[in-house]
Design a protein around this ligand. Structure first.
Ligand code: C5P
Length: 240
């Protein structure tokens, strides 16, 4: 899987994270988004609570699904979990690259072309201080580079990293899709970082070469989620 030859339309490049507790809240958020987004992310909170039902609800409204389960376990377990997840009709599925080469190979094998595997490099909620606390001396870009290289060798489709490491990831794994979370407006409503440490604006991330952006709280918690989404698409269009 390589970066698409045709440019991805701006509206498709902003993936909305559906970080809500249940299908009732999901229905309300989808209504408020008014059919504008193309791609949605179903993550741990919603999938643990509602499972496939949540994915079906998004698909029933014409949405494309990114299933963000961030799998991280021994190769056998991850391979089997990917095989189960591939039965859910999602296009993208995450695993942690820190699980190592064999785990990534098993994930790619089990996906068997039914779902694209994305490898999370270093969570956007971590800063270099957090790595030092674990005794890791590498910088974050060095770590992303090393993990991206292993991911590319294992044959997965793409990588998740912050806007700050896109260059490192692309250099180590040319052709892989790059998906960037930790998106925040420069100021105003939605600019609060929350737990995210390596953030960037949508325009900066696209300018740095991201294929897709993942945006959660700045859309979910906006007074008008559809307007917040439309604003992000405008910013992406301007940066392409
Ligand atoms: O609310 P916010 O925009 O920070 O949400 C980001 C979303 O992207 C969350 O659903 C989170 O699980 C996800 N994510 C992330 N960092 C990664 C991978 C995924 O924040 N490295």
């Amino acid at each position: 899987m390589t970066t698409p030859a045709h440019p991805i339309p701006a509206r498709e490049r902003v993936i909305v994270a559906l970080d809500v507790p249940d299908c009732a809240t999901l229905a309300t958020l989808l209504d408020r988004l008014d059919g504008l987004p193309v791609f949605y992310k179903v993550g741990l909170e919603l999938f643990v609570a509602e499972g496939e039902r949540a994915v079906e609800m998004v698909r029933a409204r014409g949405g494309r699904v990114f299933l963000d389960l961030k799998l991280h376990d021994i190769p056998e377990t991850v391979g089997r979990a990917v095989a189960s997840a591939a039965r859910v009709e999602a296009e993208l599925l995450t695993v942690h690259t820190s699980g190592g080469y064999e785990m990534l190979c098993r994930a790619a094998e089990a996906a068997a072309g039914r779902v694209k595997i994305l490898g999370v490099t270093v969570l956007t909620s971590l800063a270099e201080d957090d790595l030092r606390a674990e005794g890791i001396e590498q910088t974050i870009p060095e770590m992303v580079r090393a993990r991206a290289r292993i991911a590319a060798r294992a044959g997965i489709a793409g990588l998740v990293c912050s806007s700050h490491e896109i260059e490192a990831a692309r250099g180590a794994a040319p052709g892989l899709l790059i998906v960037v979370p930790g998106i925040r407006p420069a100021s105003g409503a939605g600019a609060g970082r929350g737990d995210q440490k390596r953030v960037a604006t949508a325009g900066q991330a696209i300018g740095n070469g991201a294929d897709y952006l993942v945006v959660g709280r700045p859309v979910r918690d906006a007074a008008d989620p559809a307007a917040a989404f439309a604003g992000l698409v405008k910013e992406v269009e301007a940066a392409i």
